[in-house]
Design a protein around this ligand. Sequence first.
Ligand SMILES: *[C@@H]1O[C@H](CO)[C@@H](O)[C@H](O)[C@H]1NC(C)=O
Ligand SMILES: *[C@@H]1O[C@H](CO)[C@@H](O)[C@H](O)[C@H]1NC(C)=O
Ligand SMILES: *[C@@H]1O[C@H](CO)[C@@H](O)[C@H](O)[C@H]1NC(C)=O
Length: 180
Amino acid sequence: MRDLAVKSSFIIFLLFTLSACSAEASFKPNEPCKQLVLYYHDILFNGTDVANATSAAATEPTKLGNFKFGKLVVFDDPMTKDNHLLSPPVARAQGFYFYDMKSTYTAWFAFTLIFNSTKQKGTLNIMGADLMTEETRDFSVTGGTGDFFMARGIATIRTDTFQGASYFRLKMDIKLYECY
Ligand SMILES: *[C@@H]1O[C@H](CO)[C@@H](O)[C@H](O)[C@H]1NC(C)=O
Ligand SMILES: *[C@@H]1O[C@H](CO)[C@@H](O)[C@H](O)[C@H]1NC(C)=O
Ligand SMILES: *[C@@H]1O[C@H](CO)[C@@H](O)[C@H](O)[C@H]1NC(C)=O
């Protein structure tokens, strides 16, 4: 009888330890299974540069504050491996951002990176808040297709440069923590 009690308490102890271990494992930040560093180039249409521009304002800003609140920009932007605008693009970023604060410049992004080369085919879907006053911002990689099937991770962005309203470049450090 005593033996049984010892045995069953041992099993209960084991179960507790196992469940504690698995709970801990799911919160442990893993190493990324894939990492990509890419540059995003956005050339905003100024009304005449049709051949060069890669994005355009689809709505006018509202009069709420002085930070373009409500202005929505749709883009089809080249992504390159280095910070040169004229480097051959390895992907395109297609989506939009809009300005969303009345007291400072912030935007919200949602877009898909489309890879269509012999090296990589597939998409990564990315979204998040661009709090422009922060040096780096984190977007969520919410999913993927093709070579990025079911991918999830974080894209850390940094403003690499900007020329007034006409051009800006973001460095995107994309770390995937789920790969299949
Ligand atoms: C638009 O940009 C192009 C090329 O950068 C420039 O030549 C042109 O003068 C600009 N147009 C306006 C209306 O600013
Ligand atoms: C992908 O590339 C192939 C070959 O260059 C082309 O035929 C196809 O239209 C491209 N697809 C997209 C979505 O750009
Ligand atoms: C295209 O836009 C970029 C960024 O504003 C600018 O540096 C470049 O001179 C433009 N090219 C042409 C041909 O207008």
